[in-house]
Design a protein around this ligand. Structure first.
Ligand SMILES: [Ca+2]
Length: 196
């Protein structure tokens, strides 16, 4: 279930580069008003020099509302709906046939969610308790593994910025402290939820 890791990566918007192709469907310009903007990016997750996934991010008034990620080879895809900077809904097309058969709805905290299997005939079936628990555990472990990496990535980025222009030190101190606080809060939340 790589999509949890992938969705976490997308949340923090790292590891994406400019896109050489535009493999995801273009939106009809007539359907896009001036408050909307789509950003297309591609990434090379195995570092072989060939892009293997594409991400379309839709913004309304510069706030992210939809993130769509497609594997360029398998066409396996997910899309994440965002309100107030929080992921609320995740849909997964796990076999790349264009139909999204998994629907995940998040609570206020990304570690709290419900998941359903959706059929083309419109039926919706909640996943089993054991599947849900396994998913929660997996997500917790991935988040735990990813959070310290986030802090490291932020520090590396800020070191570079400061090396180029030492006058940036004040704002980067603030970013370092905020990241540290964020990571600690998230780890605390995880601990609380896993004790439930
Ligand atoms: Ca499918």
């Amino acid at each position: 279930m790589k999509y949890f890791a992938a969705s976490l990566l997308i949340i923090f918007s790292v590891l994406v580069s400019g896109c050489r192709s535009t493999p995801l469907a273009e939106s009809n310009p007539e359907e896009m008003d001036s408050s909307l903007r789509i950003e297309r990016k591609c990434g090379d997750s195995d570092n072989d020099g060939v892009d293997d996934y594409a991400v379309n991010t839709t913004y309304r008034n510069n706030k992210r509302i939809l993130v769509e990620r497609t594997d360029l080879k398998t066409k396996v895809s997910w899309r994440m709906y965002v309100v107030d900077a929080k992921t609320r809904i995740l849909e997964d097309d796990t076999d790349g046939d264009g139909f999204y058969e998994l629907l995940t709805i998040y609570g206020d905290d990304i570690s709290r969610f419900e998941r359903f299997r959706v059929s083309p005939n419109g039926r919706v079936i909640p996943v089993s308790k054991s599947e849900l628990q396994a998913l929660k555990k997996e997500q917790e472990e991935l988040t735990k593994a990813f959070l310290p990496g986030l802090e490291e990535a932020v520090n590396i980025m800020l070191d570079k910025i400061e090396a180029e222009d030492p006058s940036n030190t004040n704002s980067s101190d603030w970013i370092r402290e905020s990241t540290d606080e964020f990571v600690n809060d998230e780890l605390k939340k995880l601990e609380k939820n896993s004790n439930k």
